[in-house]
Design a binder for this molecule. Structure first.
Ligand code: 6R9
Length: 652
């Protein structure tokens, strides 16, 4: 079946009638947004409250060597004031955050905008009392609890730059991030319950801080009340200080281009990059995409199941929804605890209207059977969304049939940590969807498909190549923290004049975009980006490992699994216990999400005569598709391939 022949699913009439944007309006707004970006964004930038309005809207260059991106540069605003203060006169008593704890027997919390304001002001005063100043970096290593949002917004309020580190990362990964951004302070919690098990965040932080400057302070949220070690003079009890802090902290006027946050993400080479987002453009973009992609209306209950440790949580749990005065749900738990009905139980309990999750979660729940969904009343749902990886049509159909009852639009949103917000996504009242396609660009986004061999733009409608973006949009990352050169090299060097996404894509005859996955050495495991180089360097750091090569392979639930080829040091014998050791090693070096699914002992790796590992061959073997290995004649020792095939771990 061709893509075009697939049934396109239009939203129901009643949905379209109430939608912010219908097909005609999309066409009109999109055309205006690319014809005159300055006029378009000049108008839409006014959705925020500016302390000093901008006069310059756009000042951007994608020219390699001179990449410079500025939006609303002479405007002055405060992000926290936009997410909180400006809503107080009209919706102070409205719920801003619904907190649903890990254990369904514990009560949910409803935090109003007034309460959010008080918490954030107090938290901001605590940060000031610890000597945090404008431009200082603060690392946030917290579970999915309201304090994570308070901490982010408190930083924004005083002009500090936050860097949230996913609570699933190991002490080493945390230390690397604290050191890379030169954080003055880390905010953590005693322990984090998730799926009925606890992660010892404070003791992870203690371990991380052994590798950091002894000036770094540690603010601890006593969340579970579990015992932890305590170092006087370094460790600080946040809740205690908040109770004694003033509930008033003036929002600091910030320039639109002052950094709001740094978020580390994996690339194809080297250590994770600190992606820098700034204040004005990011917030305009996060808010506008939240409103239009999810067709958010006042009073709706919005739930994004991501973790605040990822960009999805930044833009669509905290900043986008709160800038729009929305009610946003924060869930501490996992989809399968206490059972596989938890997502739907939470949707029913809190009358969720828009539900946004990852394909990997859908596939995992699909495997548990539709009865878990059918037990619950999902009649409040108006729209469903997905993010993080391509969604396979089988999962799309299951989501559509069982969760959406065939009547809720599904928005498949393609975007990246680097893009700040949605880039290619259906606008639900305007664009009929096709299962597996992210469909059409958001306003102001000009996607192009490039020929990967010479980089020329493929201008026919139906083409396949790599995905790049032609001009800037307000939510775009501005630089890599401390390394602007790396920013230019990663995104602007290979294809001159464009932002290169790292993804492959196809455009069909209807102009719909189909993302085909990463074309670099980044793999996507359960919607989490992982650089194969990172896992390799963790493996080779083990005393018994001589060499390692890591590739992705198709995994039924995770999308991609991690397949590691490991060559042991001379004289070391492979064993199951060593395999377990290596798995545990990678968990401690990076975190559980990086643990290899399959480890194959490789007496040798296929290398060219110049010593380059031929990953193409390793990928094929890992995919159990070694019939067409292509040209192996350039290998230094072609016989290693036979051994690898014979002992491959993924059969069938
Ligand atoms: C938001 C987020 C970005 C990478 C991206 C692509 C993949 C994200 C997708 C998708 C197909 C979608 N990706 N959304 N692929 N369809 N709807 O996930 O950011 O963690 O930086 O990952 O994820 O490969 O390049 P991030």
């Amino acid at each position: 079946m061709t893509d075009q022949a697939q049934t396109a699913h239009a939203a129901p009439e009643e949905f379209i009638e109430k939608a912010h944007i219908d097909a005609g309006r999309y066409a009109e707004m999109y055309a205006a947004s690319v014809k005159d970006p300055v006029a378009f964004w000049g108008e839409h930038g006014r959705r925020l409250d500016w302390i000093k309005p901008y006069s310059t809207v756009k000042n951007t260059s994608f020219e390699f060597g001179k990449v410079d991106i500025k939006w609303f540069e002479d405007g002055v605003l405060n992000v926290a004031a936009n997410c909180i203060d400006r809503h107080l006169p009209t919706r102070g008593e409205q719920t801003a955050i619904i907190f649903e704890p890990d254990d369904p027997k514990d009560p949910a919390q409803h935090i109003t905008y007034n309460e959010l304001s008080e918490k954030v002001n107090r938290f901001a005063n605590v940060l000031l009392s610890q000597g945090v100043m404008r431009g200082d970096r603060v690392v946030i290593y917290l579970p999915m609890i309201p304090e994570a949002a308070y901490a982010m917004l408190a930083c924004a309020r005083i002009g500090a730059i936050h860097s949230v580190v996913f609570a699933g990362f190991s002490p080493d990964a945390l230390a690397n991030r604290i050191n890379d951004c030169g954080a003055k302070l880390v905010i953590t919690a005693d322990t984090a319950p998730r799926g009925g098990r606890k992660t010892a965040l404070k003791s992870n932080t203690d371990a991380a801080l052994l590798h950091c400057s002894d000036k770094v302070r540690c603010l601890v949220v006593k969340h579970t009340g579990d015992q932890t070690t305590w170092i006087d003079g370094r460790d600080v009890d946040v809740k205690y200080l908040m109770d004694h802090a003033s509930p008033d902290c003036p929002a600091r006027p910030m320039s639109a281009e002052d950094p709001l946050f740094i978020l580390y993400t994996s690339g194809s080479t080297g250590k994770p990059k600190g992606v820098v987002h700034t204040s004005g453009g990011y917030l305009v973009y996060a808010a506008m995409t939240h409103q239009y992609t999810f067709d958010y209306h006042d009073g709706d209950i919005f739930w994004c199941t991501a973790d605040v440790g990822w960009v999805t949580g930044h833009s669509y749990i905290v900043y986008g929804p709160l800038a729009n005065g929305a009610t946003t749900l924060m869930f501490e738990g996992v989809p399968t605890y206490p059972d596989a009905g938890r997502f739907w139980a939470v949707c029913e309990k809190h009358k969720v209207n828009q539900f946004y999750t990852a394909p990997t979660a859908i596939r995992a729940l699909m495997g548990q059977g539709p009865e878990w969904v059918e037990k619950y009343d999902l009649s409040d749902l108006k729209l469903l969304g997905t993010v993080g990886e391509p969604i396979n049509p089988e999962a799309w159909n299951w989501y559509n049939d069982h969760v959406g009852k065939g009547t809720r639009p599904i928005v498949d949103t393609w975007w990246q940590t680097e893009t700040g917000g949605h880039m290619i996504t259906p606008i639900p009242g305007a664009i009929p969807t096709k299962p597996g396609s992210a469909t059409k660009p958001f306003f102001g986004v000009q996607p192009v498909v490039l020929d990967p061999t010479d980089g020329h733009e493929l201008t026919d409608t139906a083409v396949e190549g790599v995905l790049a973006i032609k001009d800037s949009w307000p939510g775009q990352m501005r630089t890599v923290w401390g390394d602007h050169e790396r920013f230019e090299q990663t995104y602007f060097q290979q294809y001159k004049g464009y932002y290169f996404s790292g993804d492959g894509c196809r455009r069909d005859a209807d102009g719909y975009y189909w993302i085909t996955g990463r074309v670099d050495d980044v793999i996507n495991v359960s919607g989490h980006r992982m650089g194969t180089a990172e896992v390799e360097s963790a493996l080779v750091a083990h005393a018994k490992v001589a060499e390692a090569a890591v590739v992705g392979y198709p995994h039924p639930v995770k999308g991609q699994g991690i397949y590691a080829y490991v060559t042991l040091m001379n004289g070391v014998d492979p064993s199951d216990s060593l395999r377990k050791d290596l798995e545990a090693w990678v968990r401690t070096e990076i975190g559980p999400i990086a643990k290899p699914d399959l480890i194959q002992w490789a007496p040798g790796l296929p290398k060219t005569r110049s010593g380059k590992i031929m990953r193409r061959i390793l990928r094929k073997i890992a995919e159990d598709d070694f019939g067409a290995l292509g040209d192996t004649s350039t290998l230094a020792d072609p016989s290693v391939v036979d051994d690898l095939i014979e002992n491959r771990m993924n059969r069938g």
